[in-house]
Design a protein around this ligand. Structure first.
Ligand code: ADP
Ligand code: MG
Length: 683
C-alpha cells in the first residue's frame, strides 16, 4: 500500500462503501488519511440540570424521575418522552422510534445524557440525546472523539476503522525533515501526527499533531513557490502593446465613473502592458469593489492591438456571467472585439468550433474556465492572461495558460483579504494593485445576526422584498439530507421554502454536485429574474453578480468562517438598492455569537479577517476554515499565519544554502511527497 493506492484495496472497504467515500472526494489512501475530523467532541465533566445552558451540546447527569413515561404515535413516528427534573427546571427528553428504551430507563436510575439543549419560551428540551451509564461515561471522561463530515450510509466509526487499517499498512517511518528542524520547531513525527488526528486522546496533542502537518505543507508550498518565482521574473515581451483610445472611450461611455482606486489600478495595468516586460500583477479588492471592469479594459487593450486576451474564471457560472456582460458591452458600446466563450460543458462540436476560431484569431477575447488551458486549445496570438478569483487556481494553471502565448502579460484578481505580508508569500512574484475604495452611491448593507426563531419574520421580510421586485439568496451548508444532523440542506430547504411561499415566490436551488449545464441554467434563470429565491450552497460565493438581489440569508452561519460569510454577503448590495443580510445562528454559544456579531459591526473584509484571527486563536482545530478558498489540505493562511511566515523564511534559508551546505538532504523526496499534497489547483 502506498499514498496513491486505491481505496478499494483497503480491508473492509468494498464496492458499495467505496462509492460513499467517493462522495466525500476520497479516492486514494492519501485522501483518506488527509480526511480529518471536522471537529472533536470532548467528553467533559457532566453537569447538573440547573447548571446546563441551552443553545449547544450539553452533558447532563440526572436521575430518571418517578413518573410516567409517555409512549405514543405521531404520524409514522413513535415518540418516547419523559422529563428530567431539578428544582423547578425541567427538560423534556424525546426519542423517535426507539420504543424499546422504555425497558432501559428505570425510575431512580442515574444516566448521563449528551445532546443539544434547546430552549423555547422558557421550556427546555433535548431530542435523541446519547446516553451512558455513569461508569461507562467515566471511561470517556476528558477524551476526544473525532467527528467526521459524513454522507448518508457512512459513520464516523467506519471512517475511523478505515483510517486504522491504512495507518497499519502504510509505511510512514522515514522522517523527511532534517533533524535540526524537527527539534527547533518541536514537531512530532508524521506517523504520530496522522495517528493523533484520527485517534486523539487529549487536546494539546491534537494541536501539536496538526502543527506538524501545517508546517510541512506550508514549507513545501513555500519552497515550490520560491523556486517558481525565480523563473518568471522580468520576461521580455516580443512587442510592447500600445495604449489605445478605445479604453478611454469605453470609460466615457460607462454609466458610472471609475473610483480613484480603480483609475490608479488601471493606470498601473496599462503601463505594465505597454512596457517591455511581461506584466505580473494582482488586483486585490474587496467584493463589489469593481474588478471586472479592469479586466475588460485590459482585454480591450490586447484586442485593439490585434492580439488576443483570455479571462479564466473558476466556475462555469462565473465565466458565463463575464461573457454575457462583455457581450452586452460590445453591443451597447460598439466595441470592435470578438468575444467567445469556452467552457467544459459545451458539446464537442461547439468546442471544436471555438478552438478553430481561437486558433485562427477570429476570436480575440476568450472567456472561459479551465477549458482554456486544455490541450486542444491553441491560441493565435495570446498577449494577456487574466484569472479571476485567483486563489482558486494553481500556480501551475496560471503558468500553463501563460505558456499558451509567448511571455504573456498576467493579471490576477482576488477578493480575498490577505494582509500584505502573507500576499507576498502566497503570490510571490506579483505586483499588487489594491482597490481600497467602493463605488460611490452604494448603500451599506444592513446586517442582522439572529437565532432560528427569527426565521418566520425573515421569510415575511423576504416576501416584502420579492413583492417589490427584488430577489433573494438563501445559503445552506449542506447539499442533501443526512450528511450532518442539525444542519440545513439545500434540497429540503428549497422544498420547505416553496411550500411556505406557495404561489408568491418561485424557488430554485443550486449546488456544486449538479451538472454544469444545469447549474448554468439555474443561474441564468435567477439572473434573468425567472426565479425569486435561490437556495444554494456556497457555490455562489465567488464572483456572482445579480444586482437585483437584495437579501442574503445564511442558515447555520456558525458553520462558516467570517471571510466566507463576508464573500457571501458581497453577493448583495451590488446595485443601488438597499440590501440586507440575515445570518441565522444555529448554535448560540458565546464565542460563536461574538464572532458572528462582528458582521454587524463592519462591512470591511480586512477588518473581519483580522478580528476573526484574533478571536479564534490557535485553539480552533479543524472547526471552520476561515477561507474555504485556500484549499491547503491542513493549513489555514489566517489561523496559521505565523507558521506560514516562519516556513517562508525557512524556505529562503534552505534555497540559499542548498548549493553549498547540505541543509536538507531529503529535499527532493520531501518536495515530491509533501509538495504534491499541496493542492496547487487551489492556490
Ligand atoms: P468585484 O470586484 O466583486 O468583482 P464587480 O466587478 O463584479 O465587483 O462589480 C460589482 C458591480 O459594481 C457591477 O455591477 C459593476 O458594474 C459595478 N461597478 C463597478 N465599478 C463601479 C463604479 N466605479 N461605480 C459604480 N458601479 C461600479
Ligand atoms: Mg468579481
Amino acid at each position: 500500500m502506498n499514498w496513491n493506492s486505491d481505496l478499494i484495496g483497503v480491508k473492509g472497504i468494498g464496492e458499495k462503501t467505496v462509492k460513499l467515500f467517493h462522495k466525500l472526494d476520497i479516492y486514494t489512501v492519501r485522501d483518506l488519511l488527509y480526511y480529518f475530523p471536522r471537529d472533536y467532541e470532548k467528553f467533559e465533566e457532566p453537569k447538573s440540570i440547573l447548571e446546563c445552558k441551552s443553545g449547544g451540546i450539553v452533558t447532563i447527569r440526572a436521575k430518571i424521575p418517578n413518573q410516567n413515561m409517555e409512549l405514543r404515535k405521531a404520524g409514522r413516528l413513535v415518540l418516547f418522552k419523559f422529563y428530567l427534573l431539578e428544582g423547578d427546571k425541567r427538560i423534556e427528553i424525546t426519542y423517535f422510534n426507539m420504543a424499546f428504551l422504555k425497558n432501559t430507563f428505570f425510575p431512580g436510575q442515574e444516566f448521563i445524557f449528551r445532546g443539544r439543549l434547546e430552549e423555547k419560551k422558557g421550556r427546555f428540551s433535548m431530542d435523541q440525546p446519547k446516553f451512558y451509564k455513569p461508569e461507562e461515561y467515566s471511561k470517556f471522561l476528558n477524551t476526544l472523539q473525532p467527528v467526521y463530515s459524513l454522507t448518508k450510509g457512512l459513520t464516523s466509526n467506519f471512517i475511523q476503522k478505515a483510517e486504522k487499517e491504512v495507518l497499519k499498512n502504510l509505511s510512514l517511518e522515514q522522517e523527511l525533515l532534517p533533524e535540526y528542524m524537527v527539534e527547533k520547531y518541536q514537531l512530532c513525527s508524521r506517523r504520530e501526527a496522522f495517528e493523533t488526528l484520527h485517534f486523539p486522546k487529549f487536546e494539546e496533542e491534537v494541536l501539536n499533531a496538526r502543527k506538524r502537518l501545517v508546517f510541512e505543507e506550508f514549507l513545501a508550498f513555500c519552497i515550490n513557490v520560491k523556486t517558481q518565482k525565480n523563473t518568471d521574473m522580468n520576461l521580455p515581451v516580443s512587442s510592447p502593446l500600445l495604449k489605445t483610445a478605445a479604453t478611454t472611450r469605453l470609460l466615457e461611455q460607462l454609466p458610472y465613473k471609475l473610483t480613484n482606486a480603480q483609475l490608479k489600478a488601471w493606470e498601473q495595468i496599462e503601463n505594465d502592458m505597454a512596457g517591455n516586460y511581461a506584466m505580473n500583477r494582482m488586483v486585490q479588492g474587496d467584493v463589489g469593489s469593481g474588478k471586472t471592469i479592469l479586466a475588460i479594459l485590459a482585454l480591450l487593450m490586447a484586442a485593439y492591438n490585434g492580439r488576443q486576451g483570455a479571462l479564466m474564471a473558476p466556475t462555469e457560472v462565473l465565466a458565463k456571467q463575464h461573457y454575457d456582460s462583455i457581450m452586452e458591452m460590445t453591443e451597447k458600446f460598439h466595441l470592435d472585439i470578438k468575444p467567445i466563450l469556452l467552457v467544459g460543458s459545451m458539446t464537442a462540436k461547439e468546442k471544436r468550433r471555438a478552438y478553430e476560431r481561437i486558433e485562427l484569431g477570429l476570436a480575440n477575447v476568450i472567456i472561459g474556465t479551465h477549458a482554456l488551458i486544455q490541450g486542444g486549445v491553441n491560441y493565435h496570438d495570446l498577449a494577456l492572461v487574466i484569472t479571476d478569483e485567483q486563489h482558486r487556481f494553481g500556480v501551475r494553471q496560471r503558468q500553463t495558460l501563460q505558456e499558451k502565448g509567448d511571455n504573456t502579460h498576467i493579471l490576477v484578481m482576488s477578493a480575498t483579504p490577505i494582509p500584505r505580508t502573507l500576499a507576498i508569500i502566497l503570490f510571490g512574484d506579483l505586483h499588487l494593485s489594491i482597490l481600497d475604495e467602493m463605488p460611490v452611491g452604494r448603500l451599506p448593507i444592513k446586517n442582522c445576526v439572529v437565532n432560528t426563531s427569527f426565521r418566520e419574520k425573515a421569510y415575511q421580510f423576504m416576501q416584502k422584498e420579492i413583492d417589490a421586485g427584488h430577489q433573494v439568496y438563501c445559503i445552506c451548508p449542506m447539499v442533501e439530507a443526512g450528511e450532518m444532523e442539525n444542519l440545513e440542506n439545500v434540497e429540503e430547504y428549497a422544498e420547505k421554502l416553496q411550500e411556505y411561499f406557495g404561489e408568491k415566490a418561485r424557488v430554485a436551488y443550486l449546488h456544486g454536485k449538479m451538472r454544469p449545464a444545469l447549474k448554468n441554467q439555474i443561474m441564468e434563470d435567477f439572473a434573468d429574474r425567472r426565479t425569486d429565491i435561490l437556495v444554494s450552497t456556497t457555490v455562489i460565493e465567488v464572483g456572482i453578480n445579480v444586482p437585483n438581489a437584495t437579501v442574503m440569508m445564511v442558515e447555520n452561519a456558525e458553520r462558516f468562517g467570517l471571510a466566507q460569510l463576508h464573500q457571501l454577503r458581497g453577493r448583495v448590495g451590488r446595485g443601488k438598492d438597499q440590501s440586507y443580510c440575515i445570518f441565522i445562528n444555529g448554535n448560540q454559544n458565546n464565542k460563536t455569537t461574538e464572532r458572528l456579531e462582528l458582521l454587524n459591526k463592519s462591512n470591511d473584509g480586512f477588518f473581519l479577517a483580522n478580528e476573526d484571527m484574533r478571536l479564534r486563536g490557535p485553539g480552533d482545530i479543524f472547526g471552520i476554515r476561515q477561507s474555504g478558498e485556500f484549499a491547503f489540505r491542513v493549513g489555514d493562511i489566517y489561523n496559521d499565519s505565523e507558521i506560514l511566515l516562519e516556513t517562508a523564511a525557512l524556505a529562503d534559508e534552505i534555497l540559499l544554502a542548498e548549493s553549498t551546505k547540505n541543509l536538507f538532504p531529503l529535499l527532493e523526496t520531501f518536495r515530491a511527497e509533501v509538495g504534491n499534497e499541496v493542492d496547487f489547483r487551489s492556490i
